[in-house]
Unconditional design. Structure first.
Length: 214
């Protein structure tokens, strides 16, 4: 977002406009009002920096901002995370976001760019077939049944990069809690169980005659 840097006395006026921070606030709030609550769609503005001078390093995920309290802010940068279940849902979300971004407040302008870090991994018949095999494994090992977790309760997985080409599963690792927080932990006792489960599953799939490549 960008705007005219001028004395704060003139903010909201036709000559000075609204400033970059109000434009950023408008956009983010419009995202929330029009898109929040859609199943399997999330959008999180993880970092925001704004002021007269702004710098953001996408490699270090770190930014700086400076300015005076009586100067209308010139620039705002927002970095965020967009999650979705299908490519169709992604395209619709991008279209709505671009439309919102284009309705600028007076004296401001804004642009939005997208980069997909993880492709979608929607449920497929092949994935459910793999899950059924895993279920037989966990039952045979005395670990109980294995059921699919709602995609909306999971994060992204590296397997999603090949999920459009082969049948795939995610979430076969050890048990933990408080992911992506300072309190995140892993249950070390769950590692041997996860290892045995994965080994037996791989063995069964290796001896299966059913192809898994789509």
């Amino acid at each position: 977002m960008s705007a005219k840097p001028s004395h704060s006395q003139g903010i909201f006026s036709a000559a000075s406009g609204y400033g970059a921070v109000y434009e950023a606030a408008r956009i983010l709030n419009a995202f929330r009002e029009t898109m929040a609550g859609e199943k399997y769609l999330t959008f999180n503005p993880g970092v925001i920096v704004g002021g007269t001078n702004v710098a953001y390093d996408t490699t270090l995920n770190s930014g700086t901002a400076s300015g005076k309290l009586n100067i209308i802010p010139k620039t705002v940068q927002v970095q965020g995370d967009l999650r979705f279940l299908t490519l169709e849902q992604l395209q619709k979300a991008r279209s709505r976001m671009r439309e919102i971004v284009g309705k600028n407040l007076a004296g401001t302008s804004a642009t939005i760019t997208f980069s997909v870090e993880s492709p979608p991994m929607p449920p497929t018949p092949g994935n459910y077939s793999l899950l059924a095999t895993l279920d037989t494994v966990t039952r045979a090992l005395g670990m109980g049944p294995t059921e699919a977790l709602d995609p909306g309760l999971r994060g992204a997985g590296d397997i999603s990069f090949v999920a459009s080409y082969v049948d795939a599963l995610d979430g076969l690792g050890p048990v933990g809690r408080a992911g992506h927080t300072p309190d995140e932990t892993v249950n070390l006792k769950s590692i041997p169980k996860a290892t045995i489960r994965a080994a037996v599953l791989i063995n069964r799939l290796a001896h299966s005659s059913k192809p898994s490549v789509r």
